[in-house]
Design a protein around this ligand. Structure first.
Ligand code: FES
Ligand SMILES: [Fe+2]
Length: 367
C-alpha cells in the first residue's frame, strides 16, 4: 500500500505524506544541554542514525551513528579527549569521521571511517546539516534575532509528534481550526486578509481579533491586553509563513512596526517513513515598554496556555496521520487555495521518501 507516490484518489498528484523533508537544510536535532561534556547522544534524521559528540574540550561534532567496523552505534561509545571510541573494539573516530585502530596490523590498509555531518550549536540547540556536505556553507542558517534578545522573552519547546511534518504546516496555517481550541480561543476570530506564494514560501495573513465576552487570561496576554472591550477596536495581524523548511507565525498590532510575538518552528522527521517527527520551536514575546515585569509574572500562565493549545493540535495531527495510515493514501479534501499552495510547496521542495539519500528534490527526481 505504501509503495507508490501517487495518491490513489487523485491520480497523478503525488501524495504529500510520501514526500520527505529535504535534508539540504540546517535542522535542529537536539537540545544542547542534553549533551554534556565527554558524552554522546544518539539522534536521528528521517531514519538516519546520527551520533552527537561533545568532546572533553566542549566542542560538538556529528557522525553517522554506526561504527564502520561492525556497525555498533557510536552513541554507545566512550569520549576520549577529542574523539569517540567505539565500545566494541575501541576503534576511535574524530570530528571528520576518520578512524584510528589500536591494533591495526603494520601492513594493513586503514579502513574507511564514517560519514561526518556539518554541525552547529546555536540558540541552545544542536543543528545538523543532514544533506550534501558541500552545500552546508551556502545554505542560510536560521536567523532568530528575537531568541537571545534582551527585548524579548522566549519560550522553547520540543515534542515528539506522531505524524508527518506536513500536517503541522497545514494545521498552523489554516487558522479556521480555532474550533479545536474552543476551550481557550472561543472568542478569537481569525479572518483571512490575504495570502501569497513566492519562491520557496507560502504565507497567509489574518486579522485576529477577540469578539465580545471574556477570553482566557493566556489568550488576552498574548493578544495584548484590553482587546476584549468591544468599544476598543484593537486587533492583531497574524502572519503565518512556511519559508521552506521552517514555519513562522508573527503577531503585530496594525499601528506598530514591530511584532508582539514571533514563533519559529521546524518539524524534523525521526523515522525513515517520516510518520513521526520532533517539533522544535521558539515563542518569543516582546517585553512591553512599561510593566515588563508583568510578562515574567504571567509567564507560567502563557506557558500553560501555549502547551494546552499545542496538546490539542497534536491530538488533531496525530489523528490525521492515523487516518492516512489506515487509508494508505491522502483522502483529505482541501478547499482553501493557499493551503493547496502550501501542499504544492512542500511537495516540490521535498524529496520522495525512498530516494531521499540522493539529495534530489522531488521535481528533479520526477524528471
Ligand atoms: S564494532 Fe566498533 S570497533 Fe568493532
Ligand atoms: Fe492550533
Amino acid at each position: 500500500m505504501h509503495g507508490t507516490l501517487a495518491d490513489e484518489r487523485t491520480g497523478n498528484a503525488p501524495d504529500l505524506r510520501r514526500i520527505g523533508l529535504h535534508p539540504n537544510y540546517w535542522h535542529p536535532l537536539a537540545v544542547a544541554k542534553d549533551l554534556k561534556k565527554g558524552k554522546t547522544l544518539g539522534v536521528s534524521f528521517a531514519g538516519d542514525p546520527i551520533v552527537l559528540v561533545r568532546t572533553e574540550s566542549g566542542k560538538v561534532f556529528a557522525l553517522e551513528d554506526r561504527c564502520s567496523h561492525r556497525q555498533m552505534p557510536l552513541s554507545c561509545g566512550v569520549v576520549a579527549g577529542e574523539v569517540v571510541k567505539c565500545c566494541y573494539h575501541a576503534w576511535s573516530f574524530n570530528a571528520e569521521g576518520r578512524c584510528a585502530i589500536p591494533y591495526l596490523p603494520k601492513d594493513a590498509q586503514r579502513p574507511r571511517g564514517v560519514r561526518p555531518y556539518p554541525c552547529r550549536e546555536a540558540y541552545g540547540l544542536i543543528f545538523v546539516f543532514p544533506g550534501d556536505i558541500a552545500l552546508a556553507d551556502q545554505v542560510p542558517f536560521p536567523d532568530l534575532p528575537e531568541v537571545d534578545a534582551p527585548t524579548h522573552k522566549t519560550m522553547f519547546f520540543t515534542r515528539k509528534v506522531n505524524c508527518h511534518y506536513s500536517f503541522m504546516h497545514e494545521n498552523l496555517m489554516d487558522m479556521n481550526h480555532q474550533f479545536l481550541h474552543r476551550r481557550w480561543l472561543k472568542r478569537v476570530k481569525p479572518t483571512l486578509l490575504e495570502s501569497r506564494r513566492a519562491d520557496g514560501l507560502v504565507e497567509a495573513k489574518y486579522k485576529f481579533e477577540l469578539t465580545e465576552g471574556e477570553a482566557p487570561l493566556g489568550a488576552k496576554i498574548m493578544l495584548g491586553g484590553e482587546q476584549d472591550d468591544p468599544a476598543n477596536e484593537k486587533f492583531d495581524i497574524m502572519t503565518v509563513t512556511t519559508r521552506y523548511p521552517y514555519q513562522t507565525l508573527q503577531l503585530r498590532r496594525p499601528e506598530d512596526d514591530e511584532n508582539v510575538l514571533d514563533l519559529w518552528s521546524d518539524y524534523v522527521p525521526l523515522d525513515r517513513e517520516q510518520r513521526t517527527h520532533q517539533t522544535f520551536g521558539f515563542l518569543s514575546i516582546r517585553k512591553p515598554d512599561r510593566f515588563a515585569f508583568l510578562l515574567t509574572a504571567f509567564w507560567p500562565v502563557i506557558r500553560y496556555f501555549t502547551e494546552s493549545v499545542f496538546t490539542e493540535d497534536r491530538f488533531a495531527v496525530e489523528m490525521e496521520q492515523r487516518a492516512w495510515d489506515a487509508q494508505g493514501a491522502d483522502w483529505n479534501q482541501e478547499i482553501l487555495p493557499f493551503i493547496m499552495d502550501l501542499r504544492a510547496l512542500l511537495v516540490t521542495q521535498g524529496v520522495p521518501i525512498n530516494a531521499r539519500a540522493s539529495g534530489a528534490s522531488f521535481a528533479q527526481a520526477a524528471e
